[in-house]
Design a protein around this ligand. Structure first.
Ligand SMILES: Cc1cc2nc3c(=O)[nH]c(=O)nc-3n(C[C@H](O)[C@H](O)[C@H](O)COP(=O)(O)OP(=O)(O)OC[C@H]3O[C@@H](n4cnc5c(N)ncnc54)[C@H](O)[C@@H]3O)c2cc1C
Length: 410
């Protein structure tokens, strides 16, 4: 079974030192939105050579695609397996775990830009689009946003989608509105979904994706929304008003295989769910650490509160949640090493459990701290507000339940 190695532990320690030095002093500024997450993200990437690591992987893939395009015979569909894949997956999630102990919002902003936006272009973009947009996102020169949700379409993202793309000569004209878009207020590159309108009834239209620059004429945005938590992750609305783009902006630069856009977006949800498990581990661990410390030092009725069985029960349940979430992560990493990825139902089960466990642990952490837990000065207050969205974005709890049930019932 895959376990954290000594090297992983050392790397985690280094990320934690970074968080203590570069993030902890700014927690309040990040949570009150006086500070944007991007400069810290850039510092992190620079200090740990993360861009170089991601760009190295990117170049390998591009090189393969170019050789294939030049007619060279390369083994097709070969799944990546082995210890390198395991190491790469582990190394990718260690910063997510550590950063989530402090600012899960920053992880959300980073994950949407590097994971979802660059990931979507790498999976469905043309070679030219990959070369044009992806290196800048991976090096954080530009910030990405991934926009599917609309005011009237969330869980039923494609079914109720109203944004349209009409063909006009060799151009597309985009109209519509997107909401709850992470990085929306600041993004330089936006992957945006719309339904291709060739005159068919709405329900028959197929989804298409476009890659837009943030300053494209006709694309406007709202300021960041005020929200319950994740304040270090700016969320906003995007408006498309007669946005005219050429085919070079159409994801993949082709109108063939449009039905694949749905499955591509589903793949993206799968990645998002793995990311949520790593965030959950960081948040749960942080709450547990803070609670154990508090239970040792806080005294009531002449005893430390850790001596009360009801407090012990809370700590024990947090420790069980921590162990379960960690096991889910370790299993997923191990599967990736075997060239397998979790089924949609498995990913849904993991996301459902991790999100619910995080919410429960964070609320219990507030409770364990009593009145102090309700005060912004105590970190559990921020984590409890941040945790709620894990049950909403990347597919709500209810949607995960229905996906699990579908796999059981057929
Ligand atoms: C902070 C934040 C960041 C986000 N970032 C992004 C982003 O970067 N890009 C993006 O595209 N979107 C983003 N989203 C949107 C997010 O993915 C949606 O909010 C989510 O999918 C739910 O959609 P909805 O809000 O429209 O709720 P709805 O779909 O309207 O759901 C309302 C309620 O009905 C329930 N429900 C819906 N359908 C069913 C069903 N079939 N069975 C049972 N119950 C059901 C839901 O579970 C929920 O409880 C973000 C959201 C938030 C809050």
């Amino acid at each position: 079974m895959f376990e954290w190695s000594e090297q992983h532990r050392m790397v985690r320690k280094m990320f934690r030192q970074f968080c203590e030095k570069e993030i902890a002093p700014h927690l309040d500024a990040l949570d009150t939105e006086k500070m944007l997450p991007y400069p810290i993200m850039r510092k992190l990437y620079q200090q740990f050579g993360i861009s170089e690591m991601l760009l190295g992987e990117y170049r390998k893939q591009i090189d393969k695609e170019k050789r294939r395009a030049a007619g060279e015979e390369l083994p097709k569909g070969e799944k990546k397996t082995g210890s390198d894949t395991v190491q790469m997956a582990a190394m990718r999630i260690l910063p997510i775990i550590e950063l989530s102990r402090y600012v899960p919002g920053l992880v959300t902003a980073m994950g949407v830009s590097v994971g979802l936006t660059a990931g979507a272009i790498m999976s469905r973009g043309s070679l030219a689009q990959k070369e044009r947009f992806v290196p800048d996102i991976l090096s954080l020169k530009t910030i990405g946003a991934w926009a599917i949700t609309e005011p009237g379409s969330g869980s039923d993202a494609f079914g109720s989608m109203r944004a349209t793309a009409k063909i006009d000569g060799d151009q597309f004209v985009l109209n519509g509105e997107k909401t709850f878009i992470t990085n929306g207020p600041h993004a330089d590159t936006v992957v945006i979904y719309a339904k291709l309108d060739r005159g068919e009834p709405l329900e028959q239209r197929l989804p298409v994706a476009f890659i837009l620059d943030g300053d494209t004429p006709g694309l406007t945005r709202s300021p960041a929304f005020r929200k319950m938590g994740m304040h270090s992750s700016p969320t906003g609305q995007l408006f498309l008003e007669d946005v005219r783009v050429g085919r070079d902006r159409l994801m993949g630069e082709s109108l063939e295989n449009l039905t694949e856009n749905r499955s591509a977006a589903k793949e993206t949800f799968g990645q998002e769910r793995f990311g949520v498990a790593a965030m959950a581990l960081g948040m749960i661990e942080r709450c547990l650490d803070l609670c154990v410390e508090y239970a040792r030092v806080r005294h009531q009725f002449g005893r430390r509160i850790g001596d009360f069985q009801l407090i012990q029960l809370k700590l024990a349940k947090m420790a069980v949640a921590r162990q379960n979430v960690e096991n889910i992560l370790l299993r997923t990493i191990e599967m990736l090493g075997m060239g397998k990825s979790p089924s949609l139902a498995e990913a849904s089960a993991a996301k459902l459990y991790c999100a619910q466990a995080t919410m429960e642990v964070c609320l219990e952490a507030v409770q364990l701290h009593g009145g102090y837990g309700y005060m912004a000065e105590y970190h559990v207050e921020q984590l409890a507000r941040d945790a709620k969205v894990l049950q909403i974005y990347g597919g709500t709890d209810e949607i995960q339940v229905s996906q699990i049930a579908r796999s059981l019932l057929g």
